[in-house]
Ligand binder design. Sequence first.
Ligand SMILES: Nc1ncnc2c1ncn2[C@@H]1O[C@H](COP(=O)(O)OP(=O)(O)OP(=O)(O)O)[C@@H](O)[C@H]1O
Ligand SMILES: Cc1ncsc1CCO
Length: 270
Amino acid sequence: MIEQLKGMLDQVREKQPLIMNITNQVVIQQTANGLLALGASPVMSSHPEDARELAQVAGGVLLNIGTLQEAQLETLLEAGKSANKAGIPVVLDPVGAGATSYRTNAVNKILSEVKISVLRGNGGEIAAVTNQHWGMKGVDSVGQGDVVQLAKNAAKQLDMIVVVTGEKDVISSPSRTLITENGTEMLTRITGAGCVLGSVITAFLAANRESDPIEVCTAAASFYSVAAEKAMERKPKGPGDFEFYFRDALYELSEAEWIKQGIVTEGGTV
Ligand SMILES: Nc1ncnc2c1ncn2[C@@H]1O[C@H](COP(=O)(O)OP(=O)(O)OP(=O)(O)O)[C@@H](O)[C@H]1O
Ligand SMILES: Cc1ncsc1CCO
């Protein structure tokens, strides 16, 4: 199946889309560095007027609620609405949804006022947003269960593409599901691996507007997981080395090498 995704990485590197990120304080730098390594162009914003204007010139917008403050919710909403007007993709990362009702309520408000293209979260976060049974410990997912069914239910309920990350990434639309099987447990030992993936998905969407969005999200998740495997091949001593090698891999990994190593399967219809 992965052959169908060929060309999507090169599109990102050719078009170098401008990605506006309203993200959390923990991962701002990792996100900007990850996007630059990939070949996209990052800009961060934290003021409603600034975000509204930037969304008119960006190729895609990433909304992440990881360290939400009251004033930031307005920025997220303004950015999302402005992106909707401009007709560009909006990716929402509901970091820590379910850990507190403050976070869950903020996500629900964004979902009710902004047309979201893709929701990206770990199992616990996606379950919380869609009232399914799972477990959360702070911003980490600790649930165990049928992640494919979780993603399918969420996509159907929200009528959008949902990317549930974890040992496997499950990418589901209301009518189709794809699964990526690559990656490494070491990704859970660095902060923001999921948050940066949200921005990488936004960059792939911005650069591949003519392609099927579920396949574009799958390409982003698959490329990212194979890049992590490439970092492990360099035998990092721990998370510190790994983070550097991973950034190198986002920069170095070619379309051909990614397609050769990537494992993507169909998860059946919903
Ligand atoms: N056990 C695992 N084995 C392989 N890959 C994993 C594993 N757990 C997570 N990943 C990968 O790590 C990346 C981040 O996914 P994860 O579900 O950990 O996000 P997250 O919990 O939202 O992260 P964060 O909140 O730190 O940004 C994804 O690319 C996912 O495929
Ligand atoms: C650790 C942490 N806390 C809030 S956001 C964040 C980054 C990973 O989600």
